[in-house]
Design a protein around this ligand. Structure first.
Ligand SMILES: Cc1ncc(COP(=O)(O)O)c(C=O)c1O
Length: 478
């Protein structure tokens, strides 16, 4: 297929040339009503399901053609535009591939949307502990050994949900895991939110679609030039029922999908499909130069994970939050910080594109950084429980969230069941899951974090060192 084509964007340009008069939604009327000077450019493309512009929920024109090009690029069986992020893709994967009461293996570094997908699809999650990267102390992915242990304990399991790559850009033994899962007839559902660009070729890791995953989700907006919320969902094998996928997407996606988001997905696919060896060389050179300038700064350590689009920086004697603050004071915004480091996401540059000014400013900002006392805290996801690598919840998430509860001091909560999830954000990976039995290790870690700048989502009082727990049975029966 001709990957230079961008059918949806081209249709919108043709549409704009007609100088269309809007008597339809959206209310900004092709950007004419623009109270904050926001829509002037974009407004003309924020169209709706007019003739010639197709319909995401019943595609038979330019959107169908654009999704066909997407399918062809990723070599999937079917591919879909998502206008509500990978969140909606993760919900759809579980709803389409699993039945209520199915046992499903979930990597415990999963994004919160996977947890929500479990609640919506009413599956029984069993959590598998991922391996931890020894340098960044962040989770990588689950090992074959842990999957084998889980399969022995739960031969009835129907699916494996894994996050690949990790938020920090680490990969795992994808081929080995998928082949073991397939031997045991498990559906393999991959949250590849951070890997939409992997088809750009080596040195980028390979996509789980190529390794035989049954369904894969990509947050195109995270690493490709797509608008926020623009994502892809792919069906990789004929074990997935397309009708079920489309039924779920029909329920979960807006009936007024954004043409701006969809058009940006069309453009992002074409950008990626046209990414050639000279682009790769150029990107690699620019990145190499940036890294060598960073390495010349005496107090900075650069960590390179498997995905070359990610870089991790540490400053000796400083927490990641302090380093983030130094950068932000100079207008440089990393993706996230944790107690040890900051994470940068580099732009996927093509030949002739430069980010030199931004790289130079980053180096300048860091030169001004001061050495401070090292912080002994650990990053959000480093707690593992090797003695307990396969674990079930003591109570389902829904049951725990709806049960009578009480707030008690952290130090008294060991052995009790959490009534709410606690989610460090970013990265949005639950540290405590509603329904899990709290351990001393987890409580200690929360006590450490309570005095830092870490931000949390979910119903929580981390700063106050209080935990929301399910009331004990006797008390509930009183
Ligand atoms: C691993 C992972 N999966 C899914 C999501 C949700 O993606 P989106 O923001 O596109 O809905 C995120 C968001 O950060 C994520 O990190």
């Amino acid at each position: 297929m001709n990957q230079k084509k961008m059918p949806l964007i081209e249709a919108l340009h043709r549409f704009k040339k007609k100088k269309p008069v809007s008597f339809h939604v959206p209310g900004h009327k092709n950007g004419r009503i623009d109270p904050g000077d926001l829509f002037s450019a974009a407004g003309r493309f924020d169209a709706t399901e007019l003739s010639t512009l197709d319909d995401l929920h019943a595609p038979d024109g330019v959107i169908k053609e654009a999704m066909e090009l997407l399918r062809s690029h990723y070599r999937s069986m079917s591919s879909y535009f998502l206008v509500n992020g990978s969140t909606v893709g993760n919900l759809t994967m579980l709803l389409a591939a699993c039945e209520a009461e199915d046992t499903v293996f979930i990597a415990s570094n999963s994004h919160k949307s996977i947890l929500h997908a479990c609640s919506l699809s009413k599956v029984k999650p069993v959590f598998l502990e991922p391996e931890v990267d020894s340098v960044t102390l962040t989770p990588k992915g689950i090992s074959q050994e842990v999957l084998s242990e889980a399969l022995q304990r739960h031969p009835e399991a129907k699916a494996l949900v894994m996050t690949y790559p990790s938020y920090y850009g680490h990969t795992s033994d994808l081929e080995g895991l998928i082949s073991l899962a397939k031997k045991k007839q498990l559906m393999v559902l991959v949250d590849e939110a951070h890997g939409a660009h992997f088809t750009a070729g080596s040195p980028f890791p390979s996509s789980s679609l190529a390794a035989g995953a049954d369904m894969v989700v990509h947050s195109a907006h995270k690493t490709l030039p797509a608008l926020t919320m623009g994502s892809f969902l792919h069906i990789g094998t004929n074990r997935i029922d397309r009708l079920k996928v489309e039924r779920a997407l029909g329920m979960l996606q807006s009936s007024s999908p954004s043409y701006l988001i969809m058009a940006s997905l069309d453009g992002a696919r074409s950008y990626l499909a046209g990414y050639g060896p000279r682009d790769l060389d150029h990107f690699s050179n620019e990145r190499k130069n940036f890294i060598s300038s960073l390495q010349k700064l005496p107090y900075i350590t650069v960590i390179e994970p498997d995905d070359p689009l990610k870089l991790i920086l540490r400053a000796s004697g400083m927490t990641g939050y302090e380093l983030q603050q130094i950068l932000e004071e100079q207008g440089i915004f990393p993706e996230l910080a944790d107690p040890l480091q900051v994470l940068l996401i580099l732009p996927l540059l093509k030949e002739g594109m430069f980010y030199s000014e931004e790289f130079d400013r980053t180096i300048e900002a860091l030169k001004g950084a001061l050495d401070q006392q090292a912080d002994s805290l650990l990053p959000p996801s480093m707690i593992t429980s090797p003695e307990n690598r396969v674990k079930e919840l003591a109570m389902s998430v829904a049951e725990a969230e709806l049960a009578p509860f009480e707030w008690i001091p952290f130090h008294a909560s060991c052995g009790r069941i959490a009534a709410a999830s606690i989610i460090p954000y970013p990265p949005g990976v639950p540290f405590v899951i509603a329904g899990e039995k709290l351990t001393e290790k987890k409580i200690d870690q929360l006590i450490n974090w309570s005095s830092t700048d870490m931000r949390f989502q979910g119903e929580q009082r981390v700063k106050e060192k209080e935990m929301k727990v399910v009331k004990d049975c006797e008390e509930r029966n009183e």
